[in-house]
Design a binder for this molecule. Structure first.
Ligand SMILES: [Zn+2]
Length: 116
């Protein structure tokens, strides 16, 4: 499952961050999820919980910030939000477009606490 692999990767990064910061566990993790990343937020939340079990992120809250997709047209330079995931430029109808935002999943913030 796609989302599970992503969640496991997130947990790995979080674990590294927690160790490096000298804290004990993560309580809140914020990610930016691009609309065109192909990752389903619900599935990611579910997999995150699974992947976090028995790690320093167990029981932590995953906050997903949705990032809208933006395409840029090379013909007319228009920057627009794609309509229904179409990559055609709504301004000139051209197909020479590039996705400039909304493709990535980024780990933005990790809140770490120390229990003792
Ligand atoms: Zn255009």
């Amino acid at each position: 499952m796609h989302e599970l692999a992503i969640a496991e990767h997130l947990i790995e990064l979080i674990g590294k961050h927690v160790r490096e910061s000298g804290g004990q566990r993560a309580v809140r993790v914020t990610v930016q999820l691009g609309e065109m990343s192909g990752v389903m937020a619900d599935a990611l939340l579910f997999c995150y919980e699974l992947a976090a079990k028995s790690t320093c992120a167990d029981g932590s809250e995953l906050v997903i910030d949705s990032v809208p997709a933006v395409i840029e047209c090379r013909s007319c330079q228009a920057r627009t939000c794609p309509v229904e995931f179409s990559m055609l430029c709504p301004e000139c109808g051209g197909s020479d477009t590039e996705l400039v935002q909304g493709r990535d999943l980024l780990l933005r913030e990790i809140e770490v606490i120390n229990d003792v």
